[in-house]
Design a protein around this ligand. Structure first.
Ligand SMILES: [Zn+2]
Ligand SMILES: [Zn+2]
Length: 129
């Protein structure tokens, strides 16, 4: 019984991962859930949310916190920047080198150890402008 549950969890996590890898539009959890439920309607929303968090933590997908909206996920795990259209809310990649040494500009770390950073630009996409 226990191994059945473990097996089911593994399959669900695999399904969530494959779904994100098939989506190139920086989906939020709701969008991932919609796609997952098309393939397996038995998978709950809570399961999708939990697995997205876990997969991001394990480095299989990229978690993009969006300041004024739902967090997004990206199959592309290499650090890169994004722009969000303030009209249609879609999130796109920005073609700009990752600023590895951005931290060096910080004058006072206030005791923090900085590990990573994200930049989300805001503006209008070509369809909306
Ligand atoms: Zn737009
Ligand atoms: Zn991206």
């Amino acid at each position: 019984m226990h191994s059945d549950i473990k097996n089911r969890n593994t399959l669900q996590r695999k399904l969530v991962l494959e779904t994100v890898r098939n989506m190139t539009n920086h989906p939020d959890a709701e969008m991932v859930y919609d796609e997952v439920s098309k393939i397996n309607p038995m998978v709950s929303k809570a399961t999708v949310y939990r697995n997205l968090k876990l997969l991001a933590k394990q480095g299989h997908i990229l978690h993009i916190p969006i300041p004024d909206g739902a967090d997004c996920f990206d199959f592309n795990c290499s650090p890169h920047y994004h722009i969000k259209c303030r009209k249609c809310s879609r999130v796109f990649d920005v073609d700009m080198p990752y600023q590895e040494n951005l931290y060096q500009n910080i004058k006072n770390y206030r005791g923090f150890v900085i590990e990573t950073h994200q930049i989300v630009f805001s503006g209008l996409c070509p369809d909306c402008k």
